[in-house]
Ligand binder design. Sequence first.
Ligand SMILES: [Fe+2]
Length: 318
Amino acid sequence: MSSSPATAPIRAPFDLHCHILPAWDDGPKTLELSLGMIERALKAGIETIVATPHVGRAFRGVEHPAASIPAGVERLQTELDSRGLGVKIVPGAEILLGSVDLRREGGILPEWTVGGMKKYALVESPYGSWPNFGNELLYELGRRGVKPIIAHPERYVDVQKDIAKIETAVRQGALLQITAGSILGQTTKEMQNSCFQLLDAGWVHLVASDAHNNSHAWPGETIKTVEKRVGSARARQIFEDNPRAVLEGQSLARQAAPEKSSSGLGRLFGARRLRYKKQRKGPRGCDAPFACFCCLFSCHFRFSLQQQNSVWQERMYN
Ligand SMILES: [Fe+2]
């Protein structure tokens, strides 16, 4: 598969993070619901979906072993083929960091990786934040030749407060996948802002749906927003070239630097806020004699974000 010409409209035929398997985790409960998602995906221009059931988390009292994912994908693909629905389902997983031993003697299981190729693995944090041990585990993956893809970094409270929290992982070679619904502001303002900051920083490699049901946005619905933010060269990489490379088990090409967008007061203030965060001092980013007041305000702010996050996650996943 080759890249489309630079003048062609950008397409988004791939979704690399989707809970599409029926009656599996917190995704669709029945085959009919799963097929309903596929029909909407087709309308949104999707051609290939990576099924990424949760690994390391039990839902509805059941935790399906990673080894059973390829068989689940095959069953769904058979159903799609028999109905003439032209979407290809590729096996994958969403690994909960810390739940499986990425340092195990036998190495990385193919079932943990995209297409079973042991080249890329989608990982998520067990908390509403990016844990300090996260980078160590990503390093372990990298040491075994597997590139980690960090799912929805915009969801983590500490990344929302300062995207620099995820910088080390990116510098070490992890890919970032942000979620279409977050970009469109369908979740919280904090998640949307975080997406924009990550895009502006040039750290985003992929946009996926993380769909669990038929209310989630598909990547194609965000092309205009992302293109406006990073320019067409980088947007084409995000929607076409990068996911294609991941699916083929190839390395990503050198990433185009995001083009400066033309306007936007929000963007201006966002950039200023980032600069301020880099300059600030102390654990809470404030100096005496205001430290106490700032600490109180910071704690309150963090607590509010966590509450909003848990309300959102409950709404989306239950
Ligand atoms: Fe997910």
